[in-house]
Design a protein around this ligand. Structure first.
Ligand code: FMN
Length: 180
């Protein structure tokens, strides 16, 4: 793997907002979650659980990310992966407290990044959905009312003809400095 290949993957991964009807196999959903679980986390705490949802339940998940008419395309996603808070280890909890940092949500963000890149490499399209109704999601997924669900990721094969967009990013001069 060289930088050119990584760049290709990063440029190719995009938020997919049009899915084909082709289902995603349970094995592939499991595999991209396995690959995502190789992500780093504070104190190797791995404070996450990934719940893959397909079939009728996926329709219910779609409705939980569409409040106020948002994310209409989610109705066509054949699968979703809910990225849910899991158990932190003691070191990460203590570290978060002393350093006044929410390691868990940092870790979950990094996991989700790994997940969407792995999915792209598998030929899948994804869209991270931060616009979600956590209460509805908890009900659908039978989670207790304290469990947070930072992201839901829509997963499916991109619709035919769905093109890779050019990335719109801040210029590097604006976001990068080198200090000696
Ligand atoms: C935490 C997070 C939440 C997001 N929530 C939504 C969402 O609810 N709906 C949506 O269409 N896109 C959502 N996105 C996708 C962003 O709009 C997208 O990543 C950004 O515009 C850059 O485009 P790209 O992913 O195609 O490179 C979300 C992305 C992140 C990281």
């Amino acid at each position: 793997m060289d930088l050119k290949q990584i760049e290709q993957l990063y440029l190719h991964r995009q938020s997919c907002r049009a899915f084909s009807a082709e289902p995603v196999s349970d094995d592939l959903l499991r595999e991209i979650c396995r690959l995502a679980s190789l992500a780093p986390s504070a104190c190797n705490s791995q404070p996450w659980v990934m719940i893959a949802v397909t079939g009728e339940k996926a329709k219910a998940i779609a409705s939980a990310v569409q409040d106020l008419g948002m994310n209409k395309f989610a109705s066509d996603a054949p699968a979703f992966i809910a990225v849910v808070e899991g158990k932190s280890n003691l070191s990460a909890k203590v570290g978060s407290r002393f350093k006044n940092t929410d390691f868990m949500h940092n870790d979950i963000g990094i996991l989700t990044a790994h997940l969407v890149l792995a999915a792209d490499a598998a030929g899948l399209g994804t869209c991270i959905l931060g616009w979600r109704n956590e209460k509805k999601l908890r009900e659908i997924l039978s989670l207790d009312d304290k469990t947070r669900i930072p992201h839901v990721v829509a997963v499916g094969y991109p619709a035919e003809g769905y093109e890779t967009r050019e990335k719109k990013r801040k210029p590097l001069e604006e976001i990068f400095t080198l200090v000696r």
